[in-house]
Every structure is written in C-alpha cells, then in structure tokens.
Design a protein around this ligand. Structure first.
Ligand code: ZN
Length: 122
C-alpha cells in the first residue's frame, strides 16, 4: 500500500491556520459533503480561517469497528476549485496538491505536513 509522504515543512506557513496543531475556534466550519467511495462515508467540511480567510477542505474518515482508524486530511481550496469538485473527487484533489496537512488517531498525530497518497481506506 502506498503511504502518505511526510514533509517536514511547507513553503507558505503564512497564518496559524497553516501550522498544526489546529484549533476549531480559528475556523468557520460548514458541512460540504460525504464521500461514499469504498463505503468510507468520509465527512467533508469547508473551513474558512477567521484570521486570514483561507479556505480549507477537511476530509475526515474513521471506521467505528476499528480503534485508531481515524484520519483527516485538509488542503487549501480556492473558490474556482470548489465549483469543479464533488465529494468523490476530494481525495484526488488532495493528491494533486503540493502539500496538505494530515493527522488523526491512525497516525497518532495532531497534524503534520504531507503530500501524495491519501490513505483513506482501511
Ligand atoms: Zn489563516
């Protein structure tokens, strides 16, 4: 299985919303969709930073029958990207980005930088 590639830094940490650990009070969060690919039922939210206005898509999946299976990925998104994305395309959108932030119990992490493969399936 391909793994998410870990990065040690990103070129543009211009606001606290780029720097994990992240805090929910820094975002306005709205429900955006559910990705049912492979029965994941991943919850996707659109989160707008209250400080700088950067928009993030957050993709959260966990498998209730499995402890430490929770993982999330979040990537910067522009309004013009959003029009072309449907829930089933969020993973491939993230996999095309130069970097994203990811974490969760599956990775024992409150957030780190990565790129490449999104490990959304068990
Ligand atoms: Zn910000």
């Amino acid at each position: 299985m391909e793994l998410t590639q870990r990065l040690h830094s990103i070129p543009e940490a211009k606001c606290k919303c780029f720097i994990p650990p992240l805090h929910y009070t820094d975002y306005e969060k709205t429900y955006w969709g559910v990705d049912t690919t492979n029965g994941r039922f991943a919850e996707i939210t659109l989160e707008v930073c209250v400080h700088c206005g950067t928009k993030w898509l957050n993709y959260l999946v966990e498998y209730e029958a499995f402890s430490k299976s929770g993982r999330w990925y979040r990537g910067v998104v522009q309004d013009n990207n959003l029009k072309g994305i449907v829930p089933g395309k969020v993973v491939s959108y993230f996999e095309g980005l130069d970097w994203f932030i990811f974490g969760g119990s599956y990775f024992s992490s409150t957030g780190m930088y990565g790129k490449g493969k999104v490990q959304a399936d068990l």
